[in-house]
Write a protein of this length. Structure first.
Length: 355
């Protein structure tokens, strides 16, 4: 089995970050979302991966390389514009050949893995097997209506009146039968080739199409609040590790990771939290559920439940919470007092807040 990982979306809901970096490279627990996805693919025993990229392809390739450090062999497949998930299957035809494959959206987090679902697929080998998850409001998703034995009866994209609460969550298992389906469908009203239409074509033709329910943690990291929530969830699984320097005047509480080259000076860090390589935390209080990237500077500040990307700096800010600070961004103070700040700061930005 091969894998097709989709990393070509523009990420409009993650602006301003997606103006300067692919949304799939936003870090969760100091690791890009796309790397989490590839680790999940490798857990399935898959080693041949096609990564579909758009105009940010060189940035993604610079991070992933040839895939060898993940135990993978990556082939990059260029998509000239977002033309639908089924379109990616079409342009990846030469890479996929006649192999079965898993298709995985590159901005979806399923940290509990889908190995059991992959085993079901390889054992029974239906024409297609979709992964579904129960959601409170299915109207924003592709929705699966199932029969009593898990067979897919009908797929509907963003139905105004859903007849099921089982949403498609961006992981699909396919046999080569999907290629005929992709060739048979027409673009939708929004001008894209929808994978739901291709799978529905298989259903309508009488093919065996199954659904497997994923009951673990799932998050589409398409919005800032989703990124922060997912970061908190992954940090809950941390184990304490101190590879950097912590001076005698500092205190680490709970599950804290201090990476190589990081320095904690006269500070208190409460886990779960990660302090990245080369970062300096001085005279500060880092609260729970915080990820600080590489080569950052945090001085005379207090922050919690936040993410600071590489080379960011936070100086003299007391009460930074639920914030996402971009690469090389600088957050400082104006001298006027307040007790709480919630910021979304893009890359290379300078922000001054009340002290």
């Amino acid at each position: 089995m091969k894998a097709l990982v989709l990393a070509g979306g523009s990420g409009t809901r993650l602006r301003p970050f997606s103006y300067s970096m692919p949304k799939q490279l936003i870090p969760i627990a100091n690791t890009p979302v796309l790397v989490h996805v590839l680790q999940g693919v490798r857990e399935l025993g898959v080693t041949e991966v096609g990564v579909v990229v758009g105009n940010r392809g060189p940035e993604i390739e610079a991070v992933l390389g040839d895939g060898s450090r993940f135990g993978l062999r990556i082939t990059y497949i260029a998509q000239d514009a977002p033309r639908g998930l089924a379109h990616t299957v079409s342009i990846a035809r030469d890479f996929l050949g006649d192999d079965d494959f898993v298709m995985y959206l590159g901005d979806n987090m399923l940290p509990d893995g889908v190995t059991g679902i992959a085993e079901e697929f390889t054992t029974h080998r239906p024409a297609a097997q979709v992964v579904v998850h129960k959601v409170s409001d299915p109207r924003s998703f592709g929705v699966a209506e199932l029969g009593p034995d898990g067979e897919v009866l009908r797929l509907v994209e963003k139905p105004p009146e859903p007849r099921s609460d089982l949403a498609l969550i961006g992981v699909y298992f396919f046999t080569p039968a999907i290629h005929e389906a992709v060739r048979a469908i027409e673009p939708s009203a929004r001008g894209e080739l929808e994978i739901t239409d291709a799978v529905q074509w298989l259903v309508s033709c009488g093919a065996d199409v199954r659904a497997s329910r994923y009951d673990g943690y799932w998050k589409d990291t398409g919005r800032v609040e989703d990124v922060l929530e997912c970061n908190s969830h992954l940090l809950d699984g941390l184990s304490r590790r101190v590879d950097g320097y912590v001076d005698a005047h500092s205190v680490l509480v709970g599950e804290v990771v201090v990476e190589v080259g990081a320095r904690i000076l006269r500070s208190r860090v409460e886990g779960p939290a990660i302090i990245g390589t080369g970062t300096v935390v001085e005279g500060s209080h880092v609260g729970p559920y915080t990820s600080i990237g590489r080569n950052c500077l945090v001085t005379d500040s207090r922050l919690e439940s936040s993410i600071a990307l590489d080379e960011a700096s936070v100086t003299g800010v007391h009460g930074l919470r639920d914030s996402l600070i971009g690469r090389a961004a600088s957050v400082g103070t104006t001298g006027r007092g307040t007790d709480h700040h919630c910021l979304v700061v893009g890359d290379h930005t300078r922000v001054e807040v009340a002290a």
